[in-house]
Design a protein around this ligand. Structure first.
Ligand code: FEO
Ligand code: CA
Ligand code: CA
Ligand code: CA
Length: 595
């Protein structure tokens, strides 16, 4: 097999330099382009929402109708009548910062050493998680957010949703609050996403484990659903201590042991959540057939006959890359055939062999040791414990799999492996061909081609597209030296192909870490899959991560997210609190972004 890696999409802009200044507080794009703040934390979303208060005095009820924080993956959905000028923008809100409150987090330490949060703050934090749906429209030459749109919607950490698919209703998904095992409140830590050809949005639950605690060490060590995913032990959850005011985040079994209490609540997170952004009343569905991960993304591809594949990274050091192939086929215009397509299918995990061959091993009860002897009695056991199932079938531990992108024409698949300081140190993470650098602080992008270009293939050919890091003449030590043909960067995270086949790479690194000194602030770059040439398109404000990108179908409007800027962006006045922001990028001549 070859890596055709189509060249052809024009990449014509003059790259921007890295932004080195400690006080850089803006977004820079190439000459001939314009970047404008478009949608920031606190902006109105749902009809009747109030405007953002700069002193963060909005209460949780206001926050519930406004944009959340930490904008991440997003997608543009066209209205069929005017696809290029009218759409819905759907945006994940991954987590929250202390800026959410007037004076940061207000936490009391109790006598037993645990943290006690206030209910009002926790409520607001829960409302600042999830997803926003906004209606956007181009009138004249300007894009704007439609005010009081009927489509305006916030999905939060308290939105009622359903669990569907093979694990729905099983004992491991039942709690004291939901004896059906089929109804759950909310979604959290929504990082990247997917967009289906049948018009739904897939939002992915990434570091949900940091929101739960199991205070019982014996129970914890015996419960693979907790320890294999890193649910916290000790007194509080790792993040925010919601457990101190909202009992469902305390996953310690009830003392009586007669009832499970909320011990299974963590099992109800880590899924792909599907909903229809055009129906504000639609109840989101957590699709258990895709397995439970610390899930970065759910990138969808399909072939002419309607076969579908969905790729996901599990973003933790030494975790795996997954593919889900639905049993049925996508049928254009046949809603009934597509609505629950994601409830049945096969979940695979990737093995990257040393010689460039790759295999997809099915996580199916009865195969590759997924048997009762190894603790798997049902397919629900496999899906809820997908990580442990993947361990048993011999998946390749990777350097933190983040986004996956599929080339629109060649169907080549690219995955960002962001970095992994444990590589070559932990016995279960030896240096190998796909993860070739010990102390891997810069990460790499790996790509593959499915056998016979079939989305449902069970084998593939892979290679390294690039190793991130400084180029060799920068004098960096070998393990920090990359193979980038062009502008340098570290820690690729967001990865997305535009409709014409340009690969957009977004970074997430510490912009004050010594090894990133030559790279400046976090950035978005554009790569040619054929020549592998990389050009820096955008540099973000100090302290931010750049994540989430989408365009209109004609490629003439692009939105990019600036997550957790460190200074005062988007006001950029040196005093207003910083806000995560969706930035609108256009070309001043009205052309296609990137050309
Ligand atoms: Fe939320 Fe793996 O980035
Ligand atoms: Ca990410
Ligand atoms: Ca990241
Ligand atoms: Ca982030």
């Amino acid at each position: 097999a070859s890596y055709a890696g189509l060249t052809g999409a024009k990449i014509g802009f003059r790259p921007v330099p890295p932004q080195m200044a400690a006080d850089f507080d803006s977004v820079v794009v190439p000459e001939g382009y314009k970047a404008q703040p478009f949608f920031s934390w606190g902006d109105p979303v749902v009809r009747g929402a109030s405007p953002w208060q700069p002193d963060a005095s909005d209460d949780w009820q206001s926050q519930a109708l406004q944009a959340g924080q930490n904008h991440d993956g997003m997608a543009y959905f066209s209205f069929p009548e005017n696809p290029k000028t009218h759409g819905l923008l759907v945006i994940n809100h991954e987590y929250i910062n202390p800026t959410l409150h007037p004076n940061g987090f207000n936490s009391n330490k109790l006598e037993d050493g645990s943290i006690q949060r206030s209910e009002a703050e926790v409520r607001k934090e829960q409302m600042a998680h999830g997803v926003s749906v906004i209606e956007v429209k181009k009138s004249g030459s300007q894009w704007e957010i439609v005010k009081d749109s009927r489509y305006g919607r916030r999905v939060t950490a308290q939105t009622p949703m359903n669990l569907t698919g093979p694990a729905a209703g099983v004992d491991l998904l039942k709690t004291a609050s939901d004896i059906t095992g089929k109804r759950v409140l909310g979604t959290i830590n929504n990082c990247a996403m997917g967009q289906t050809p049948w018009g739904t949005y897939l939002t992915c639950e990434e570091n949900w484990k940091n929101y739960f605690v199991n205070r019982d060490p014996d129970d914890y060590s015996s419960r693979r659903e907790h320890h294999r995913y890193g649910v916290a032990q000790g007194l509080n959850s790792k993040n925010y201590a919601w457990d101190s005011v909202d009992a469902r985040f305390n996953a310690t079994p009830d003392e009586s042991q007669r009832y499970l209490g909320q011990v299974n609540e963590p099992n109800r997170f880590g899924w792909v959540v599907e909903f229809d952004p055009f129906d504000p009343e639609s109840v989101p569905k957590k699709r258990t057939a895709l397995g439970r991960l610390v899930r970065e993304c759910a990138t969808v591809t399909h072939d002419e006959e309607g076969r579908v594949a969905i790729y996901s990274g599990d973003d933790t050091r030494g975790e795996y890359v997954y593919k889900f192939v639905p049993k049925g086929r996508y049928q254009r215009g046949n809603a009934a055939a597509n609505t629950d397509l994601l409830d049945e299918g096969t979940l695979y995990v990737a093995v990257f062999h040393e010689d460039g061959e790759g295999e997809w091993r099915a996580l199916e009860l009865g195969r590759y040791g997924l048997t009762p002897r190894n603790g798997f009695h049902t397919q629900a056991d496999v899906l809820i414990n997908a990580r442990m199932a993947a361990d048993i079938v011999g998946a390749t531990p990777m350097d933190r799999p983040e986004w996956v992108a599929v080339h629109p024409a060649s169907k080549e698949v690219y995955v960002a492996l962001t970095n992994n300081k444990h590589r070559g140190h932990k016995p279960d993470q030896p240096v190998d061909a796909a993860n070739p650098r010990k102390d891997n602080l810069h990460g790499q992008i790996v790509r593959w081609r499915e056998k016979n270009d079939r989305v449902d293939a069970t084998s593939f050919r892979w290679e390294i597209f690039l190793l991130a890091g400084d180029t060799s003449d920068a004098g960096a030590p070998e393990h920090l030296t990359g193979t980038i043909n062009g502008d340098v960067f570290s820690s690729p995270d967001g990865l997305w192909f535009d409709p014409q086949g340009r690969l957009w790479i977004q970074t997430d690194y510490g912009d004050d870490d010594a090894q990133n000194a030559n790279m400046g602030t976090n950035q978005m770059l554009c790569a040619d899959p054929g020549t592998r040439e990389v050009k820096r398109f955008l540099a973000g404000p100090r302290g931010c991560e750049v994540t989430g990108v989408t365009t209109t179908p004609d490629g003439k409007a692009m939105w990019v997210n600036i997550q957790h800027p460190g200074l005062s962006y988007p006001a950029s006045d040196g005093k207003t609190r910083a806000r995560s922001t969706t930035v609108l990028i256009t070309k001043t001549d009205g052309g296609v972004i990137g050309t």
